[in-house]
Design a protein around this ligand. Structure first.
Ligand code: NAD
Ligand code: DAU
Length: 350
């Protein structure tokens, strides 16, 4: 095997898209997926590659130092692509310490394990940390986040991701650990857990339930097709400059209400429902505390250094996403029963 790579969080949304991409594209890389299978982790996402000879799954916690020691010893990793995290802002508001535990302590344990095993020969090694644009805080009507924008996290989730980014940089400056960090905007596409806006809306439309829009619905996000994010990670994993940060974005800003109206129309068209019928499900609900008004990414550095630009146009990507969830209703049914119902009732109680 040419490389031995540890991918963490590979049973989650972006992680499973990334694992499938790497396992298929690089048959001469060993890919080890370490995932704790929290509520957000789902091995169903990985069915198409589970038997591949270059792939192994390990159920475990990134904060488990003994397990990391064992895995680094056994697989002699040359690279880590770190995605495992608690990732939902609303959950971070009700349980911030879970975010500290995984995103801060877990990331630091992983850094320590890599350092311990790579010290003395950093030459062909890389610790790639997948982070978010939310570390930069919030924007007004204009402007963009660049790699130089000062950190200003405002939710427990973004504070924990900002902290993890600081630890990754600290390991670079203090110990020379070879690292790359990327900060990406909102992803969408297959396998996203239906607590996040887009799959939640599609799920509620199919079930003809109210669609909850926080506040005035004019909050703005920059949406990126998950496959475009995966390609950027692939590029940066192979070519990113050590110690550098790269912003990744879709150049595709949508106010939540406009996006939700589009999803209603796309879903109605797919289901053959009368035009405009699902828009009637839209319900404005209590706002998210500390809700960041607008995110927008300036990805010029990634474009000029690596030649990367997003390939999938938003309207095509949103249509494909609606089609994917409607074609995978068993997948949605499995995730939206049991614990999800309890979460949903508590989260959306007015
Ligand atoms: P996700 O919640 O869908 O998946 C997270 C995965 O991590 C799950 O499979 C879960 O089981 C696993 N996990 C959680 N805690 C763990 C632990 N202690 N040990 C091992 N595994 C654990 O998240 P996602 O949306 O795929 O995000 C992946 C990464 O990308 C995160 O680091 C997130 O901050 C970052 N990110 C996400 C987005 C986005 O729009 N979704 C955008 C930018 C950056
Ligand atoms: O920007 C990158 C981030 O994008 C990632 O780091 C996070 O892991 C990811 O969850 C996402 O964070 P957001 O908070 O932007 O995503 P979410 O899907 O939760 O919400 C998108 C927007 O929709 C946000 O303005 C809140 C709003 N919203 C969300 C939900 C779940 C609603 O109006 N109603 C809802 O029910």
């Amino acid at each position: 095997m040419k490389k031995s790579i540890l991918i963490t969080g590979g049973a989650g949304f972006i992680g499973s898209n990334l694992v499938i991409h790497f396992v298929r594209k690089y048959p001469d890389y060993r890919i080890v997926n370490l995932d704790a299978l929290t509520y957000a982790g789902n091995l169903e996402n990985l069915k198409e590659i589970e038997g591949a000879p270059n792939y192994s799954f390990v159920k475990g916690d990134i904060a488990d130092a003994a397990l990391l020691e064992k895995l680094f010893g056994e697989y002699a990793f040359t690279g880590v692509i770190h995605l495992a995290a608690e990732s939902h802002v609303d959950r971070s508001i009700t349980d911030p310490l879970a975010f500290v535990r995984t995103n801060v302590i877990g990331t630091t344990r992983l850094l320590q394990a890599a350092l311990q095993h790579w010290q003395g020969d950093f030459s062909d090694k890389l610790f790639y940390h997948v982070s978010t644009d939310e570390v930069y805080g919030t924007l007004g009507e204009t402007g963009y986040f660049t790699e130089e924008t000062p950190y200003d996290p405002r939710s427990p989730y973004s504070a924990s991701k900002a902290s993890s980014d600081h630890f990754v940089r600290a390991f670079y400056h203090t110990y020379g650990l070879p690292v790359v960090i990327s900060n990406c905007s909102n992803n969408y596409g297959p396998y996203q857990f239906p607590e996040k806006l887009i799959p939640l809306v599609i799920n509620n439309i199919r079930e003809q339930r109210p669609i909850p829009i926080y506040g005035d619905g004019k909050y703005t996000r920059d949406w990126l097709w998950v496959g475009d994010h995966v390609e950027a990670i692939d590029l940066l994993f192979h070519k990113g400059r050590r110690g550098e940060t790269y912003n990744i974005g879709g150049n595709s800003e949508w106010k939540n209400i406009e996006l939700v109206e589009l999803l209603c129309d796309l879903t109605d068209a797919e289901l053959g429902r009368p035009v405009g019928s699902s828009r009637q499900l839209i319900t404005f609900v209590k706002d998210r505390p500390g809700h960041d008004r607008r995110y927008a990414i300036d990805a010029t550095k990634l474009q000029s250094d690596m030649g990367w630009t997003p390939k999938v146009k938003a309207e095509d990507g949103f249509r494909q996403t609606v089609q994917w969830y409607l074609a995978h209703q068993d997948w949605l049914d499995n995730l939206t029963s049991g614990a999800y119902r309890k979460y949903y009732e508590k989260q959306y109680a007015q």
